[in-house]
Design a protein around this ligand. Structure first.
Ligand code: ADP
Length: 265
């Protein structure tokens, strides 16, 4: 769990109408689902929104062992006594924070029991162990992220959960916007950022089995930063973009050919 408070606004460049939709959902106390591939700005977006709306942000990275107790809280033994400790969700409900559940489908199915009454008009969190039901403080907002590309039939978000949320779709930004993001986040000049973005676009157009996910804005920034540290651009792109994408030698070889085409210097 991480908690961030509203200091300076994190750099976020809007890609579409996502800020307007989020503000409207927040004003109406509706939960929000951010849908899209990894590394395309969902986390950065929620950080910027929390800042703009003046709410603390509590982030939980979900994983397949995450239980309802991890979210809600549990009794802990402290010096011979048992003491109740709020989990991140309970804390957000009490404080009126934005609670961001990253990759929510990874969490165990039983967590929906607490998420559903919170995500509809009730805005209530039942805490079975305390025999209490909390009503969310104004300002509380449940935000989940979800990467449709990762999901299998076994691990999908239930329709009953989806239908409680306002969905905002994320995708890789248009070329000029992505070039601006890579420049801002790495300190690269426009030419270098442009070459990397056009390389990523070529990789995104490929339809090759053996590629786990296409190149995200995140890996472009990493490549640009390696190059800023003095690594030749081709080596930087190989390490940050090509190698993480595939374990298949043949796929790696064809991706490397793209480097020669798109990164001439
Ligand atoms: P996700 O949560 O979708 O996996 P992140 O929000 O962590 O992705 O984005 C990865 C990185 O890419 C961020 O740390 C940030 O540097 C950059 N980034 C992506 N999209 C944007 C954007 N629209 N504005 C600013 N930075 C962005």
């Amino acid at each position: 769990m991480s908690i961030s408070d509203t200091g300076t606004r994190p750099f976020y460049r809007a890609v579409g109408n996502e800020e307007r939709v989020f503000r409207a959902a927040f004003a109406q106390q509706l939960p929000v689902m951010l849908k899209g591939p990894t590394g395309c700005g969902k986390t950065r977006f929620v950080e910027a929104m929390a800042h703009d709306l003046g709410r603390p942000l509590i982030t939980v990275s979900c994983h397949d062992d995450l239980t309802t107790a991890d979210l809600v809280g549990r009794y802990l033994l402290r010096g011979g006594d048992t003491e109740w400790v709020d989990g991140p969700l309970t804390r957000a409900v009490r404080e009126g924070a934005i609670c961001y559940l990253d990759e929510v489908v990874e969490a165990r199915q039983d967590t929906t029991v607490v998420l559903h009454p919170l995500a509809d008009h009730r805005r209530q969190l039942p805490i079975e162990k305390l025999g209490e039901t909390l009503t969310a403080t104004k300002g509380f907002c449940l935000v989940v992220s979800y990467n449709p590309g990762y999901q299998s039939v076994l691990k999908d978000l239930k329709d009953s959960t989806r239908q409680r949320m306002v969905a905002i779709e994320f995708d890789y930004p248009a070329e000029d916007i992505e070039v601006g993001i890579v420049m801002a986040e790495s300190g690269s000049d426009e030419r270098r950022a442009g070459d990397l973005v056009r390389l990523a676009q070529a990789i995104r157009r490929l339809d090759v089995p053996g590629i786990r996910e296409v190149s995200s804005t995140r890996v472009l920034i990493a490549a640009a930063r390696l190059a800023q540290a003095g690594l030749p651009l081709i080596e930087a792109a190989e390490a940050a973009i090509v190698a993480p994408l595939s374990d298949d030698r043949a796929v790696g070889a064809s991706l490397r050919k793209l480097l020669d085409v798109y990164l001439p210097d």
